[in-house]
Write a protein that binds this ligand. Structure first.
Ligand code: ASP
Length: 355
């Protein structure tokens, strides 16, 4: 019996160390995408790893502050807004561009709440909002939240001009703090270079150029989870292409009976394998822990050149998971504990760095 307890505790240590070094409960996890640049590539763009770490830490601090002041939805939105406003990540400013050189942005957000009777205009259980193909909204995550929460919206997933008309009317702009911008606001030299020189064939782009820096967050407050994801998609995508990030169940999912999940990687694959939902389903149906469920989900994806992708997840006990497919050597990522301690990492072999 004693032997069994010792091996069980050892197993728990291994599981915890593969996810986070802290014994404290984690209340917020974030990612800034797989396909991380090498240190040399960062240098060639006049950046250092510290630049990336600083934005991750800012995002975590903003998210933590919002969690304390207002709750999990605000925490996810605040954390993602910081990443969307940074040109270093593939979301908002700095988003990957379409083959014709424009930004078409996607985002989604979901609450894991499963109790409640459906009172009010919208059933409070498993609410979600998603947007795709936005071209003039500075912070797509705020638009996704607006779709989830606004009284006039009977819908969960809105696209293109219809989505923009809804979230950019005067009342919603003010209520949800949504800013209208020109499409040129999103363009950065790095992203223009990826699509302009030769209008390259998408299939020939190396993995790193194709999906670098989609962003996401999962927050936990009072046993309830919220997950969100925001992206420019993949560089050189066809106009109109939609990836996994705004698709509930593929790029984003939350369920208080299991976990919250935000994914990054080859969107087409993540859609076909319903990756985010799959993690929650494995926890519910197989009684797995969040780390094991995330590992199994990613391990079962086909192994593709250039890496497939990864995900972050958080369960209702505050146990996080940060898992990538074997060919991904990094995922910008971080977490905050309930005490407010902030940790970040970039490459998969990195130790967590306290910020
Ligand atoms: N999953 C995103 C997409 O396919 C890309 C990424 O994660 O970087 O749109």
């Amino acid at each position: 019996m004693n032997k069994m307890i010792v091996s069980l505790s050892l197993l728990m240590v291994v599981v915890m160390s593969s996810s986070s070094p802290a014994a404290d409960r984690v209340v917020l996890v974030i990612h800034g995408g797989v396909g991380t640049l090498t240190i040399d590539e960062m240098k060639s763009e006049n950046h250092t790893r510290e630049d990336y770490e600083a934005v991750l830490a800012d995002s975590l601090r903003a998210g933590f502050k919002a969690i304390q002041a207002k709750g999990a939805v605000d925490g996810v939105e605040a954390a993602i807004r910081v990443l969307e406003d940074s040109p270093l990540f593939n979301a908002g400013k700095g988003a990957a561009l379409t083959a014709d050189g424009r930004a078409e942005l996607d985002a989604s957000i979901m609450e894991g709440r499963v109790t409640g009777s459906g009172e009010g205009k919208k059933d409070p259980r498993k609410r979600a909002g998603a947007v795709t193909g936005l071209m003039h909204v500075r912070n797509p995550i705020a638009a996704a939240r607006a779709v989830m929460e606004m009284d006039q919206s009977r819908h969960s997933f809105m696209a293109g001009t219809g989505a923009e008309a809804l979230v950019l009317n005067d009342a919603n702009r003010a209520k949800f703090n949504i800013e209208k911008v020109e499409n040129t606001y999103f363009w950065t030299e790095r992203r223009l270079k990826q699509v302009r020189p030769e209008q390259r064939d998408h299939s020939t782009l190396p993995g790193r150029d194709r999906f670098v820096g989609t962003v996401g967050a999962v927050a936990l407050v009072n046993g309830s989870l919220v997950a969100g994801t925001s992206t420019g998609g993949v560089s050189n995508k066809l106009p109109g292409r939609v990836g996994d990030s705004p698709v509930i169940g593929a790029g984003t999912y939350a369920d208080d009976r299991a976990c919250g999940v935000s994914c990054t990687g080859t969107g087409e694959l993540f859609i076909r394998h319903a990756v985010a939902h799959d993690v929650a389903a494995r926890m519910r149906y197989k009684s797995l822990g969040v780390v094991q469920a995330a590992k199994e989900t990613i391990a079962e994806l086909p192994d593709e050149d250039g890496g497939v992708g990864g995900l972050i997840a958080l369960d209702t006990k505050g146990v996080p998971a940060f898992i990538t497919s074997p060919k991904c050597d990094g995922m910008y990522r971080g977490y905050v504990t309930e005490k407010g301690d902030v940790f970040v990492a970039i490459f998969m072999k990195d130790e967590w760095k306290k910020k």
